[in-house]
Ligand binder design. Structure first.
Ligand SMILES: [Zn+2]
Ligand SMILES: [Zn+2]
Length: 257
């Protein structure tokens, strides 16, 4: 069985301090590839250095909405340079977070739009982080959907109507461990109704560990429990869900498998 964790933060202390064991436990659960995601210039650089040392790890680079700011010319150039590296498979995570609102919404929109320009230029897919901001997301992204090289709405938190709009734009949605929580009925409904060829799975480790590890430090191995839940919801075998989501990850990110 092959699984891909399409979204984790291996540079965070909880995982970085125990990386060898984290990667070993992931391999033991069938995880053949992990995408480690940048949220700032500093963490993007760390993601690149991790991925250049490890065959089973790819990186993304970008500025998270929590750290939204006016992108400088130097940052723009560096992001473009990083995006030309083979181990950097996407721009992200970028987007809008109106749930936490750590930065003013106007600044979040500007930072997001500026990075979408970079995505158009770089022709690599985009990892979106969108929380309680889907109206603005669709307004900003729709005119650019055919100009960027594909998109992934990570840690999907919308309902079926929003999922359909993402699919209409040609995007994938990525299902987090949250789907294993009993109260996540909206997300479970999305998983049930979505075309299988549009679904990805992720941990968002070290955050949001799935049942039965809820509340503990999440890690790539636990993407297994998310795949297992998706198989249960869809009435399919785990091996089939693992293989399809793995092939989807190859299509979405062009990862070397
Ligand atoms: Zn995120
Ligand atoms: Zn993340």
């Amino acid at each position: 069985m092959r699984l891909v964790d399409t979204h984790s933060h291996l540079d965070f202390e909880e995982l970085a301090s125990d990386l060898e064991q984290v990667l070993l436990r992931a391999a033991q659960k069938g995880v053949v590839h992990i995408i480690t995601v940048g949220i700032s210039m500093e963490t993007s650089e760390k993601a690149i250095s991790l991925s250049s040392n490890l065959d089973q790890v790819s990186a993304t680079v970008g500025i998270h909405p929590h750290g939204a700011h006016a992108i400088t010319e130097g940052e723009r150039r560096l992001l473009l340079e990083w995006l030309s590296l083979p181990e950097v498979v996407a721009l992200g995570e970028i987007g809008l977070d109106y749930y936490r609102n750590y930065q003013p919404r106007d600044l979040q929109r500007k930072c997001f739009a500026a990075q979408l320009d970079i995505a158009v230029q770089a022709q690599k897919p985009v990892v979106f982080h969108i929380r309680e901001a889907f109206d603005d997301f669709f307004e900003i992204v729709s005119p650019l959907a055919t100009k960027i090289s594909g998109g992934i709405v990570h840690c999907f938190s919308g309902d079926w109507e929003i999922a359909k709009r993402c699919f209409d734009l040609g995007f994938f949605i990525s299902i987090p461990g949250v789907v294993t929580y009993p109260k996540a009925t909206t997300l479970q409904d999305v998983v049930k109704r979505s075309p299988l060829d549009r679904l990805l799975i992720e941990t968002d480790a070290p955050f949001l560990a799935p049942h039965p590890y809820r509340g503990k430090t999440n890690e790539p191995a636990f993407v297994f429990y998310t795949a297992q839940k998706i198989a249960e919801i869809r009435g399919e075998g785990l091996e089939k869900i693992a293989e399809i989501t793995t092939q989807n990850a190859v299509r979405a990110f062009g990862i070397p498998l």
